[in-house]
Design a protein around this ligand. Structure first.
Ligand code: C2E
Ligand code: CA
Ligand code: CA
Length: 530
């Protein structure tokens, strides 16, 4: 049996033990609470701040019972929410076209990527453009053009109901992605022609919209979003070029556009290496029965394809702006041989493109040549088409006036092949009218054609212009244009265009009667004219 002292000691030591135990428990509890209320939330806060700094604004930190930390938690949560809102707004702006409110190209590409990864059904990508928007903008201003875009976006929304994405890609280009079967149904009800060739009434203006479209299908044409879009675009661009309302992509189109790119690169190189040669086509002066004019016609001396006529590259050169350099080469050539032509009293004409009539630097280029060779311009003529002159008439007028001051003669080329307004063209310092071969050929066999040709020649004369009839191929046409009083004749009947050496031998050397050398039967034929 323990005695009293031992019992007291025991009680005391157990009390100490309990005390120590309770102390320990208390300490543990305090530490636990500090961890729960202070340290864990602080860790959460640190983690949240780190997430925010890494661009994850989805962070929401739980509140604690500890007031001062809660203030911090609320501040961080609020900051994350604000950043999230701003981020969403920025995303919306980055993916939306401001004018029409439609998604933009970035969104379209992402959506198409997403769809082509998940798609379980065939899709169609239809891209279309309003190709006369520039003219609408030029004539009626930006606001009207913007309204047209908005109205057409709204119309497209109706036509392409239930689309996956309808986007404005850029400028006048739109694109829609739809399940194929749905697009077929919609287009059966509302043919593309009605969307692409529509009329809009805006304020007092009756606007005609002209568009072209390209279509590519998933998965046949590609399974990759980017190339699907590109192929729909290739089809659209070809539709514009070939003047068809719409085209569905075909693999050969890609070859076409690859060829085009290759041709552009080769044309660039051709300019650098001056891979061109010049052909000359004489013109017969029907009054004097002699040759005192000739037209300089360009040929591309392609390293593998041989001689390419202008029809094979001038349009491409115009579309890419390379025509500016080509025109300079042609003018330089004309200057080079102008004194030789002048000796034989032959005026040489050069063809200018629409872009040249908007290019003031060309005037400066010619002015430099003119300063060096002031006599040359008197023996040169510039041929411009009416459509080129009408593209920017004021600018063309300024440029042509400068050329005229230097002594160049100016002729209107291909007259009658488009919308002709002589009265307007007379504002330009023009001295000659070249009637297009479409009014000349066959006129001898067609009374109406003859009347039109006669009145065009007469009209040219009334306006004080010399008149050339182009494309005379037959003797009957030669007789007709002579009888109708044309001043000059140009055409295969007289001579095809020829390389410089041949032209030089026939027309630029010696004291020849160029007429007889050009055409043996001309002597007696000319009797009929005189
Ligand atoms: P263009 O200015 O109307 O030139 C006359 C074109 O008609 C030439 O074609 C010529 O070969 C062709 N031609 C002449 N007589 C007859 C004929 O009796 N019957 C037929 N069917 N055709 C005839 P080419 O040389 O192929 O040139 C075509 C066009 O290319 C030219 O038409 C001109 O618009 C453009 N071109 C030619 N050289 C240049 C140039 O140096 N610069 C620019 N910008 N364009 C050029
Ligand atoms: Ca011409
Ligand atoms: Ca012509």
């Amino acid at each position: 049996m323990p005695n009293l002292i031992e019992l007291t000691n025991l009680i005391l030591s157990e009390g100490v033990l309990w005390l120590a135990l309770s102390g320990l428990l208390l300490a543990y509890w305090v530490i636990y609470r500090i961890r729960r209320v202070v340290l864990d939330p602080l860790k959460q806060l640190a983690k949240g701040a780190q997430q925010i700094s890494q661009g994850d604004f989805n962070v929401r930190i739980e509140t604690t019972q500890f007031g001062p930390i809660n203030t911090l938690v609320r501040a961080i949560n609020q900051m994350a929410l604000k950043l999230q809102e701003r981020d969403q707004q920025a995303r919306l702006t980055a993916f939306t076209d401001r004018l029409t409110g439609l998604p933009n190209r970035s969104y379209l590409t992402l959506a198409l990527q997403d769809r082509t990864q998940k798609a379980r059904e065939p899709l169609s990508i239809l891209t279309w453009s309003i190709d006369n928007l520039d003219s609408i903008q030029e004539v009626l201003g930006h606001d009207v053009a913007d309204q047209v875009l908005k109205r057409l976006a709204a119309k497209a929304k109706r036509v392409c109901r239930d689309h996956i994405v309808l986007a404005r890609v850029e400028g006048p280009v739109f694109c829609v992605i739809m399940p194929r079967r749905l697009l077929t149904i919609r287009l059966a009800k509302y043919p593309l022609d009605r969307l692409l060739r529509s009329r809009l009434r805006y304020q007092r203006h009756d606007l005609e919209v002209q568009g072209h479209a390209g279509i590519a299908h998933y998965p046949e044409h590609s399974e990759c979003a980017e190339s699907l879009l590109r192929r729909a675009e290739i089809a659209r661009l070809l539709a514009i070029k070939t003047r068809q309302t719409h085209l569905e992509f075909e693999p050969r189109f890609e070859q076409h556009s690859a060829n085009r790119l290759q041709l552009i690169a080769q044309l660039r190189e051709a300019i650098a290496l001056e891979q061109f040669c010049f052909y000359f086509q004489p013109k017969l002066n029907l009054r004097t029965n002699s040759i005192n004019q000739a037209e300089l016609l360009l040929r591309w001396n392609h390293p593998t394809k041989g001689l390419i006529a202008p029809g094979g590259f001038i349009e491409l050169a115009e579309q890419t702006g390379l025509i500016k350099d080509i025109t300079r080469l042609v003018i330089a050539e004309a200057y080079r041989i102008s004194s030789l032509c002048a000796q034989q009293n032959i005026r040489l004409s050069i063809n200018l493109s629409a872009m040249d009539l908007e290019d003031l630097t060309l005037v400066r280029f010619v002015a430099r040549l003119h300063k060096q060779y002031p006599e040359a311009a008197k023996h040169l003529m510039l041929e411009i088409t009416e459509s080129a002159a009408m593209r920017d008439p004021e600018q063309a007028l300024e440029i042509l006036a400068r050329f005229s001051e230097m002594g160049f003669q100016i002729a209107i080329d291909d007259f009658g092949s488009g919308y002709s307004s002589l009265a307007y063209l007379k504002r330009f310092p023009v001295t000659e009218l070249k009637i297009d071969r479409c009014l000349v050929q066959g006129a001898d066999m067609d009374t109406d054609g003859q009347i039109i040709l006669e009145s065009t020649i007469e009209m040219g004369h009334i306006m004080g212009l010399l008149v050339t009839t182009e494309g005379v191929e037959t003797e009957a046409e030669f007789e007709l244009v002579s009888k109708l009083g044309a001043d000059y004749l140009q055409g295969f009947w007289l001579s095809r265009p020829m390389p410089f050496e041949e032209f030089r031998l026939k027309h630029l050397v010696g004291n020849h009667t160029s007429l007889l050398q050009t055409k043996t039967s001309m002597a007696d034929l000319s009797q009929k004219v005189l």
